[in-house]
Each structure stands twice: as C-alpha cells, then as structure tokens.
Design a protein around this ligand. Structure first.
Ligand SMILES: [Zn+2]
Length: 317
C-alpha cells in the first residue's frame, strides 16, 4: 500500500516535470530557423515556380517602401548559433568560419538594382565592412537625385552599371531605338553626376530580358542584340531576395523572413549555375537590413565576390 502510494506520487511528480519541460521549451523557442536548403532541396530545377519572377512592369524606382527602417521589431532572423566559433567576438565577419566551405574559390556576383537611393550609402558601408565588391544597376534619374552616392559607388571600386535612364518599360521597350536612346541618356546623366564617363558598359533590362513587355524570351532577341551592338553586355540574374515581388509572400511571413527564405530557396535551386548572379534592390529597408546575413552566408560557403564586367558574355535567364 505504502509502496503503491509512493509510486503514485512519483508518477504525478514525473508528469508535472514533463509538463514543465514542455512549457519551458515552448517559451524559449526561437523564431523559426531557415531550413538547410543546401541539403534538403534537390537540384537542377531550372524553371521551378519559386524562381524569382521578373520585376512587375509597374515597378518603378520611385516606389520607395514607406516603412521606416526601424519598424521591424522582432522580425530579424537570429544568427545560426553553430557557425560562430566560441573564441570569436560576435558580429565580426569571419571568412574562414565555415567548417565546410563547399563553394571555395567560386565567385558570386552581387547586383543592386534601381538605385542609387538614400539607402545605398548604408549598402556601401556594409560592402566595405565585408570587403565585397558589387555591381550597381543604376537608374539615370536616381543618379540625378543622388549624384554623390553615384560617385561613391565608383570611388569605392564598385561597378556603376546601366538600368536605363527612365525605367519606364512602356517607353523603353517601344522599339530598340527607344531603348538605346534611353541608355544613352543614362550615360550622359552619369557623366554629368560623376564628372567623367564613369558608366560601365554593363546593362540590366528593367524587368529582365524575359518580361512580357518585349514579348518574353521570344521578343528579347532584337533588344539584346541592339544593346550588345551599342557596346554593353546584358545581365539577368538567378538568385535573389524577391524584394521586388512581395506578392510572392503567400505565407504572410514577416518581410525580412520572406526575403531570407527567397534567398535560401533560390540559392538551393541555382547554386551550381555559372555565373551565379544575386539580385537585391537597394530601395528596400529590409533588404539592406538582411544584407550582412546574406554576405556572411556566402562568405561561409567559400564564395568570393566578382563584378559582372569580368564575365565574357551576356547572362540571360
Ligand atoms: Zn529595376
């Protein structure tokens, strides 16, 4: 009797302890960590629906997000705790921290579209901190608005590249002549802003070369040829944050989590593509906020950062 009684007490105690443990675990649970897509996603899906879509035709560089950069309270994803050796101070990039830098020696090409904006100086600060170079596909009238930042892009060794003067899809894709005229206007704008002919002969089509305004892949050929003939190489992209396509956030994640998920998903799909070209918009606060984490991830994987001007040929998606 006495034994059975003490047995019952033990059972009750064990049950209470179990509940306590479960409760503590639930309370202490961190925000969802992104899955290791590297390991879990199969590859060679070159046209999967999660691929970054082309920019919406209505997207304009002036469509600045209205949120203040300080608005995200708890959305910041936490750092992967296993990546930081204990001896290292936190927040310091450590290019050698990866246990298994699977992409050692490969290059990734960082590209920033639609600026320069008032967020671009912060992007330049971050790139300097991580010793990374990037290509800025700039819009002429934004260069007019931010000439000092345009000059800083060049002065700090990045590529000041062309994303047309107007970014007005209806106007620039009316004809190949209209597109070349707009590109020429961009070049004149850059020359005036920076003080010399600082524009690279590297161009990205607003909306990408597959956008429907120029007839998708079928229609792009004369346009790409005309731009090549004018002396510019053309670059689309393959990985990115989907930061010009928030409509893709069907799970209603906090924006910064959606951007990170887009990055990891597209990376998993295209990581073996050559060249690997990452698109980010320096118009969006969350993108700038996420940039250090993206750079740390790429560095940990063993990547180096290249400028698209090093590439011999166009890259068309
Ligand atoms: Zn654009």
């Amino acid at each position: 009797m006495r034994t059975r009684h003490s047995h019952a007490i033990k059972l009750v105690f064990a049950a209470a302890l179990a509940l306590l443990v479960i409760f503590a675990a639930a309370c202490g649970e961190k925000p969802e960590e992104p899955v290791d897509v590297d390991a879990s996603v199969t590859e060679a899906i070159t046209s999967a629906p999660t691929a970054i879509p082309t920019e919406a035709p209505t997207e304009a560089p002036t469509a600045e997000p209205t949120e203040a950069p300080t608005e995200e309270p708890t959305a910041e994803p936490t750092e992967a705790p296993t990546e930081e050796p204990t001896a290292q101070p936190a927040n310091t990039p450590k290019p050698t921290q990866a246990a298994n830098p699977s992409q050692s020696g490969r290059k990734v090409y960082l590209t920033f579209d639609d600026g320069p904006t008032d967020r671009t100086p912060k992007v330049l600060d971050i790139l300097k901190q991580y010793n990374a170079k990037a290509t800025f596909f700039t819009v002429g009238y934004m260069v007019n608005n931010n000439p000092k930042t345009a000059k800083r892009i060049v002065d700090e060794g990045h590529l000041l590249a062309c994303h047309t003067q107007s970014h007005d899809l209806k106007k620039i894709y009316k004809s190949t002549e209209a597109l070349i005229n707009d590109i020429n206007a961009w070049r004149a704008t850059v020359k005036k802003a920076v003080g010399y002919d600082a524009g690279a002969y590297v161009m990205r089509f607003p909306g990408g070369t597959t956008n429907t305004t120029i007839g998708g892949r079928n229609g792009r050929s004369p346009y790409v040829k005309a731009v090549n003939k004018a002396g510019y190489k053309v670059f689309d992209w393959n990985i990115g944050l989907n930061d010009a396509w928030l409509a893709g956030n069907t799970k209603n994640l906090p924006i910064i989590d959606y951007l990170w998920e887009s990055y990891t998903t597209t990376y998993a799909m295209y990581k073996n593509k050559d060249p690997l070209i990452l698109i980010i918009h320096d118009t969006r606060a969350e993108s700038v906020k996420l940039l250090p984490r993206v750079l740390e991830d790429l560095i940990a994987k063993g990547f180096e950062f290249g400028l698209v001007s090093e590439l011999d040929d166009n890259y068309l998606m």
